[in-house]
Design a protein around this ligand. Sequence first.
Ligand code: GDP
Ligand code: IMO
Ligand code: MG
Length: 431
Amino acid sequence: MPSNVIVGLQWGDEGKGKITDLLSKNSDYVIRYQGGNNSGHSVHIKERRFILHLIPSGVIYSHVKCLIGPGVVVDPKFFIKEIKNLELIKVNTSNIFLSKRAHITMPYHRLLDRYKEKILGNQSIGTTHRGIGPTYEDKIARMGIRLLDFLNLENFYKKLKYNINLKNELFTKVYKMKPLEFKSIYEEYVEYAKIISNRIIDVVYEIHKAFHNKKKILFEGAQAMLLDINYGTYPYVTTSSTSTGGACIGAGIPPNFLENFIGVAKAYCTRVGHGPFPTEIKNDIGDIIREKGNEYGATTKRPRRCGWLDLTALKYSCMINGINCLIITKLDVLSELKLIKVCVGYKYNGKVIKYFPANIEKEIQSVYIDFPGWRKNISHIRKYEYLPINCKNYIKFIENYLNLEILLISVGSERNHNIIKNKHLFSKIFS
Ligand code: GDP
Ligand code: IMO
Ligand code: MG
């Protein structure tokens, strides 16, 4: 049974949680493969909106095994809190497992994230302050602590000692802060180790066994293409590989495990945090979109910057991710607007370009095509043919530009607020 992967195609918050939830019903496994608790994926649990940060969005279904893969960075304190919150609303958490190979976010990573951002001032990235970047930095520097070390406390002791000694040099000499106290951190994290140790497994073998037993596996991407460490708007990016290829690296699977490459994009764009955003709307239309779309960060509650759909960027994202299933979300949010713009290129150094440049700068100007709005509520519509003509024209333009048929259009935050556009493909993937 081939596996499927879901990724965000813009700057995050495209509605990956909603789509993963929808696909999870018929999945045996849902697996996170990168990022950490910088994500905020909204799902509906027992009619209530719930935001998942580290735990895969399949958790709502008690039959689904939820795995946190080797490429994820795990903050154990946060993980335990998230488990408790799910248990409070009677969600079964016994099927959640963590990879031995995943790296641990420690308190000094969270502190470093804050200090660095503060020092950068108006050049800061606008991170989530969850310590994600510093955890990946230590991983690449080959000094990180893995969940595996929670299973051997002697090793954990040695590695933590080494790390805290090094970090204290930085805290005291560079940041002029008080040194961290080893003993209290060690004791606190030994408690966390005891709580989660029975969930720490060899996720790679678990996935391969599941694949060979023909289980349905869904890989849930976090963040999105334009925040990717290699292909995003560097340096204003996150620190992991957010692409479909990232699923192979972050979960230990070969590319030929994957069949459907599901890309999720909003019918417009948003970005939370700093960095280039060529189609950003800096007037009251941006505010209308923010309010109608409830565009406030699921993790940090920050207002999201809003802008027009950027098809040049979206085409680039579809290309890198090999998208063969496209999902457009939040089309309902545009319903009030008289005029809707779509970016089809940029004016760059006096020339019009049709590609997403590697050195995208804030000064880049978008080239737009205008569409008349449909000015009708569409949230209740469940069949494509019932959408207003202007709305269908907007959708058709996106499909033609990207040379991809849209699989599903989401017109509201609830699980059933969808228009299935390609029923054949939908039932092939979703059943
Ligand atoms: P994720 O990070 O990609 O999972 O997305 P978030 O959960 O951070 O943000 C998406 C937000 O949009 C959440 O509040 C969802 O409940 C909401 N949402 C998802 N799809 C739709 C839609 O089609 N219409 C509307 N109005 N809201 C949606
Ligand atoms: P989901 O999975 C939107 C952004 C931050 C910041 C940059 C780097 O919900 O789509 P980091 O803390 O990762 O070092 O911050 O990345 N960012 C997100 N933006 N959605 C997310 O996740 C994000 N995760 C990180 O705002 O600009
Ligand atoms: Mg989110």
